[in-house]
Design a binder for this molecule. Structure first.
Ligand code: AMP
Ligand code: ZN
Length: 460
């Protein structure tokens, strides 16, 4: 078996992956806060996690993949300031927080399906696990890691010598000034485990607790649910790089203090951001927000976006532009066309290619190089068509582009009719009608290209 190397944020090194149990892996991924649609930046994160899972499975590990749904407690800052995101969504749409959560959870699940992201083994919702969170806070309280001020339970970061190890925080140099917004905090990095004194009069979600009626802070849900489903110690935890300084740092503090077991998680993996041309991060709260649906409305297939993401290593920022997405679309369409040309039932994968491919993906998920191998395979004139097909289908276990399911497009009759009318118009040199008909065909989701024989039509 070839070694799998992954970059671990905790050590800032590429390390050989060795699972805690012999052939199974526990992996927890921070899921969406369901107060709005996921944007394509968020989706980059889930595509990266999907590749990671597929690579682990390609390496014959059985993966238990747990993903949470945050439907309570996440404020607009990842720390304890700002507005409650769920409440913000509910106000915006004049609905209850539960309705908002249900709607955007459903929409998120549809997005990931369209991107051929494998469903997590376990979905867990924060509001379904309030008791687990309360119990974890009680454990921390018993062990002396908490304090109660102004009605809220805080985690006391000064009790930990290694607080901030994930972000390489220098506690000595870090001044202990108080956080402006919350004078109750004893130390700068302390954070809320349980709110009873809500800043929000219309807080819709509240539960009884030993500290009074209230709701959990954001970070505690991930510690409680990951340990419930994966045990006190597990292999992999992932998310976007924005989670390193606060959310994941606080998850480590809570979990290791509660169990006394270190390290809580062996490998921490984080994806870089999707950024816009101006270098700004795409954010749900910003107005620079593109969803998968927007891409589809502009004539892209969700898999064009998946292909686009695979073209850049997950630890590099990915610059979004419509032109770049267009190139990904062209490449993805070309790939699909070529795969169709070679579609067959039986074939053998040459060891040379399976080894080359595995070498790339096992090198910290090098998807750009893996894609390059895909194109090399097509250039190999000695490779038999059925073996080529088998090779691509094998690669697709990791790439997840749905190559096995590609079918020749059936062009609907009304489109063919328009195309014929257009051909007639062209023969009559009636360019205005011809252009009008092309627009109509495009608006119905098809591309038409002129050729010596007449035309070809393709679904966009
Ligand atoms: P949220 O729903 O805001 O909790 O974010 C869901 C996931 O998307 C988290 O893992 C974030 O780190 C990640 N994320 C947020 N913005 C971006 C972005 N612009 N590019 C890539 N990942 C992002
Ligand atoms: Zn989390």
């Amino acid at each position: 078996m070839m070694v799998l190397t992954l970059y671990n944020t905790l050590t800032r090194k590429k390390e050989s992956f060795v699972s805690l149990k012999k052939s199974s892996v526990g992996m927890y991924c921070c899921g969406p806060t369901v107060y709005n649609y996921a944007h394509i930046g968020n989706l980059r994160s889930y595509i990266f996690e999907d590749i990671l899972r597929r690579v682990l499975e390609f390496n014959k590990f059985k993966v238990k993949h747990v993903m949470n749904i945050t439907d309570v407690g996440h404020l607009t800052s990842d720390a304890d300031s700002g507005e409650d995101k769920m409440l913000k969504g509910a106000k915006r749409e004049k609905k209850t927080v539960y309705e908002i959560a249900e709607f955007y959870t459903k929409s998120f699940k549809e997005d990931i399906k369209r991107l051929i992201i494998l469903e997590p083994t376990v979905w867990c919702k924060a509001t379904d696990h309030i008791t687990d969170q309360i119990e974890l806070i009680q454990t921390l309280e018993k062990k002396g890691f908490t304090y109660l001020v102004g009605g809220n339970v805080y985690f006391d970061t000064s009790k930990l010598k290694d607080y901030g190890k994930l972000v390489k925080l220098d506690l000595e140099a870090d001044t202990q000034e108080r956080v402006e917004e919350d004078k109750n905090k004893k130390n700068k990095h302390d954070f809320v485990l349980w709110f009873t004194k809500s800043k929000f009069q219309d807080q819709g979600m509240k539960w009884k607790s030993p500290w009074g009626e209230g709701y959990p802070g954001w970070h505690i849900e991930c510690s409680a649910m990951s340990m419930k489903y994966l045990g006190k110690q597990f292999d992999i935890h992932c998310g976007g790089i924005d989670h390193i300084p606060v959310h994941h740092t606080n998850e480590i503090a809570q979990s290791e203090s509660a169990t006394g077991t270190k390290p809580w998680v062996k490998y921490w993996l984080h994806n870089e951001f999707l950024v816009l041309s101006k270098g700004e991060k795409m954010a749900k709260s910003g107005d620079n927000f593109i969803t998968l649906q927007t891409l589809e409305e502009k004539g892209f297939h969700p898999l064009d976006y998946r292909y686009f993401c695979l073209g850049t290593h997950y630890r590099k920022p990915l610059m979004f532009s419509w032109d770049a997405l267009e190139s990904a679309k062209n490449a993805r369409t070309r790939l699909f066309d070529k795969v169709l040309e070679h579609k067959s039932t039986v074939g053998k994968v040459p060891t040379k290619y399976s080894t080359q491919f595995m070498k790339e993906i096992n090198n910290d998920l090098n998807t750009p190089n893996a894609l390059a191998i895909v194109w090399d395979v097509f250039k190999d004139k000695k490779l038999k068509s059925n073996d080529l097909y088998a090779t691509l289908i094998l690669f697709d276990e990791v790439l997840g582009l749905g190559l096995k399911g590609i079918k020749k497009d059936k062009i609907p009759q009304d489109i063919t009719k328009l195309a014929k009318e257009r051909l007639q118009a062209r023969q009559n040199k009636d360019w205005t009608t011809s252009d009008k008909l092309r627009d109509e065909i495009n608006s119905l989701g098809y591309d038409i290209e002129d050729s010596a024989e007449g035309y070809t039509i393709k679904k966009k």
